[in-house]
Design a binder for this molecule. Structure first.
Ligand code: MOS
Length: 752
């Protein structure tokens, strides 16, 4: 069978029969009926329960654990401590690759943050293990915890985010600021935030010799498997991970976290299957968080509102023992045109768990500050905030000068403003009241997120009965990936959704890369599309070379696949079913593999981003200071939409995160102990249903020929960006008080 060049393949497939349909997610029924099996729902014969004992101090040493007391409790099988644990093949402190974050695996008696695992109790029941962990009654030699952004000396980090330069200069921002007739300088603070996925991190681990079977949620099956293989010194092929559903990830499940490895170690130690699931409070420490930031923005503009300088500096926190640096200031790179842009970062090491990627890492923290300060600048120029942003619209990527692969931000501004009614907005703050006398404010912000792609693989098979199987180890974190990928898979094979089986969520399938960077649909979707198209190319080859086929001589590019048949492109009355083609050729099944990867030439030539504009309304009680987010409209240009219903739900979710950033979320650390005092979902505030007002999402049609073959840009993170600033700006517009520390509190607006 001649291999056809994959670049020819997409011509055979006509999109649209499944792609673009607002299908309900396939796992919906399973989830609402409780039959979707999440990792911790698995229960193996002979399985034991492991519970982690965590540190109640943030810095020091564990000097004593009452292991004997725990062991004497009925049902306790073993207690894993630094003195009693199975060996690892590599030091958990070794930085074997940039994503190999240092994990606390009981390798020392040091305590580096509150809630650090210090022992694991393994028992016949969850109750016994929980009680055993209490009986350990640890004693410590505590040292003063370094808490807050001023608690240690700062330094310039080696890089920020994914290997971005910590300091970047384009033009001469200082000179431009000195010469600017209009200058704004403001310092903002954003707090530490926690991912708080509904599903806690956990694992069910079962060893069989050197073969390991795992049920665990992960956003990156193959990468997680590689890390576990490395730590235990076994071949990746001997590890089988099942991760069919995740109850949210948001970046905290991208890599295996320490507690999951401890569960695997516990199973190794006792020679029986073990389940280990974190309690909610235990998720505030060992599984990552969004760094706290203090950001100073300086903006220079001409009197007509034309930006002449943006200087964005971010101070960020990281742990004492590892390096993750929130790229907050980088949010000022791609969005607004300015001849001078300077960004810089400084970091401070604190007695906290290592921060991590959290939904729109850098973009979320940086954007709320950028959008707030732009609002300050617009008001200083007495310009409408939207007009101010349009005045500084970037026609090309501001620092590189590269053209955008596509950018329909103007349309987002126009359609969002129209739907919201923005033209009715009074310029000055504190001008609007509703019938009940509440202050009403309107604010807006711009959303932007890079259209990223990583690498992924897929396999497609067409069977003799005309049905298909498509496989790629994709991850459904709740975003609906399983459904969207099945839609791509069905179209790639020219079949109806019911005629294909889409297999995902296990580590033995082709590597689907990581579900992160809002790039999963683009990346794995491209691989799936590529695999299906390659199968159809093989099928077309069979048919068009066969004299008995009505497609004979049509040439490979002369056929179209649709509804389980190949049609002649120049005469659609001539067609043949897949089953007939395969039967006559005596072929039982056709198989092909596909790949998704970035196109380096396109990447070099074009700047690739998704864009959006978010408009928000808040109401503030003038006497009580209570703030309600009453209405949000987001208009987004995000490339091709695979499933409008799922996209809308992703964008809604992001917009709610934005509201949450502005008004609710904050992890509060006790300065004396270094412990987070609101490490639970009652006191770590997030908007509940009643806190969310009317949400409206517009998707602006956007065709991008450069990002990838399918034109997908990704929607997972962009919803947060812009939304947070829009809500914050609406609070200013309602009250006239500019709050520069998030979340905005009742007393902040009362002080005005
Ligand atoms: Mo995301 S923070 O790329 O899972």
């Amino acid at each position: 069978m001649p291999e056809l060049r994959l670049s020819q393949a997409p011509a055979h497939v006509r999109h649209g029969s499944n792609i673009g349909q607002p299908l309900t997610r396939r796992d919906g029924i399973l989830k609402v009926t409780g039959t979707a099996r999440f990792a911790a729902d698995n229960h193996l014969p002979g399985m034991l329960y492991a519970v982690i004992a965590t540190s109640s101090i943030a810095r020091g040493r564990v000097t004593f654990l009452d292991v004997e007391a725990a062991k004497h409790h009925p049902g306790i099988v073993d207690v894993m401590t630094p003195a009693h644990k199975p060996p690892l093949a590599v030091d958990p402190e070794a930085k074997t690759n940039p994503f190999a974050f240092r994990l606390d695996l009981l390798h020392s008696d040091r305590v580096r943050y509150a809630n650090q695992p210090i022992a694991v109790v393994i028992a016949e029941s969850l109750e016994a293990a929980t009680q055993g962990a209490k009986l350990l009654a640890p004693r410590y030699e505590a040292e003063p915890a370094r808490v807050g952004l001023d608690a240690n000396e700062s330094y310039v980090p080696p890089s920020v985010g994914l290997f971005n330069q910590a300091e970047v200069q384009h033009g001469d921002a200082n000179a431009a600021l000195a010469a600017a007739p209009m200058r704004i300088e403001a310092t903002y603070e954003t707090p530490a935030q926690y991912h708080n996925a509904m599903e806690p991190h956990g694992v069910v681990a079962a060893w069989d010799g050197d073969t390991l079977s795992l049920d665990m949620p992960t956003q990156g099956l193959v990468m997680t498997r590689a890390r576990i293989a490395e730590l235990f010194g076994i071949a990746p092929e001997h590890i089988h991970i099942r991760s069919p559903f995740l109850g949210g990830g948001f970046g905290s499940k991208g890599i295996a976290v320490g507690p999951q490895i401890l569960g695997i170690m516990a199973a190794r130690l006792v020679g029986r299957p073990v389940k280990l699931v974190l309690g909610r409070e235990q998720m505030y420490g060992p599984v990552g968080h969004r760094s706290a930031t203090r950001q100073t923005m300086r903006i220079g503009a001409d009197r007509d509102g034309t930006l002449t300088a943006i200087a964005h500096h971010a101070k960020i926190s990281t742990s004492t023992f590892d390096d993750f640096y929130e790229p907050a200031a980088d949010a000022s790179h791609p969005l607004y045109a300015s001849p001078a842009i300077a960004t810089s970062h400084e970091a401070v090491r604190l007695d906290i768990g290592t921060p991590l990627f959290m939904r729109a890492p850098g973009e979320a923290t940086g954007s709320i500050v950028l959008e707030s300060v732009l609002d300050e600048a617009a008001w200083a120029c007495r310009m409408d905030p939207l007009a101010f942003r349009i005045k500084n619209y970037a026609e090309v990527e501001p620092m590189s000068g590269r053209p955008f692969s596509s950018k329909r931000l103007r349309e987002c501004y126009a359609q969002g403003a129209q739907r919201f009614g923005w033209s009715q907005r009074p310029l000055a703050p504190r001008q609007m009241r509703d019938d009940a006398g509440l202050l009403v404010g309107w604010g807006m912000g711009t959303a932007i997120f890079p259209a990223l792609m990583f690498e992924a693989q897929a396999r497609a098979v067409l069977r003799s009965d005309g049905t298909g199987v498509v496989e790629s180890g994709t991850h459904d974190m709740g975003q609906g990936a399983w459904t969207a990928f099945a839609q791509i898979a069905a179209d790639s094979l020219g079949l109806d959704l019911e005629q294909i089986e889409f297999k995902a969520g296990t580590s033995d399938l082709p590597d689907a890369g990581i579900a992160g960077g809002s790039a999963h649909t683009a990346t794995a979707g491209s691989a799936i599309q590529d695999a299906g198209a390659a199968v159809i190319a093989k099928l077309a080859d069979l048919a068009t070379r066969d004299q008995h086929s009505p497609l004979f001589g049509a040439g490979n590019a002369g056929v179209i696949a649709r509804g389980g048949r190949l049609f002649r492109r120049d005469d659609e009355t001539r067609s043949e079913s897949y089953a007939d083609i395969l039967r006559r050729a005596g072929v039982n099944e056709l198989e092909a593999r596909g790949k998704g990867a970035i196109d380096p030439a396109a990447q070099a030539n074009y700047a690739m981003y998704a864009h959006g504009a978010v408009f928000a309304e808040v109401k503030v009680d003038p006497e009580l200071g209570q703030i309600r987010a009453t209405r949000m409209v987001g208009a987004f240009a995000v490339g091709r939409i695979i499933n409008p219903k799922l996209v809308r739900s992703q964008l809604f979710g992001g917009m709610i995160w934005g509201q949450s950033f502005a008004l609710n979320e904050e992890a509060i650390t006790d300065r004396r102990s270094g412990r987070i005092i609101n490490a639970n979902l009652a006191e770590y505030h997030i908007p509940v249903h009643a806190d969310v007002g009317a949400l409206d999402v517009i998707t602006v049609d956007e065709h991008d020929p450069h990002v990838n073959a399918l034109g997908i840009k990704g929607v997972g993170e962009i919803g947060v960006v812009g939304s947070a600033g829009a809500v914050a700006n609406a609070v200013w517009h309602a009250t006239g008080v500019r709050v520069r520390r998030f979340p905005i509190r009742i007393d902040d607006v009362l002080e005005g």
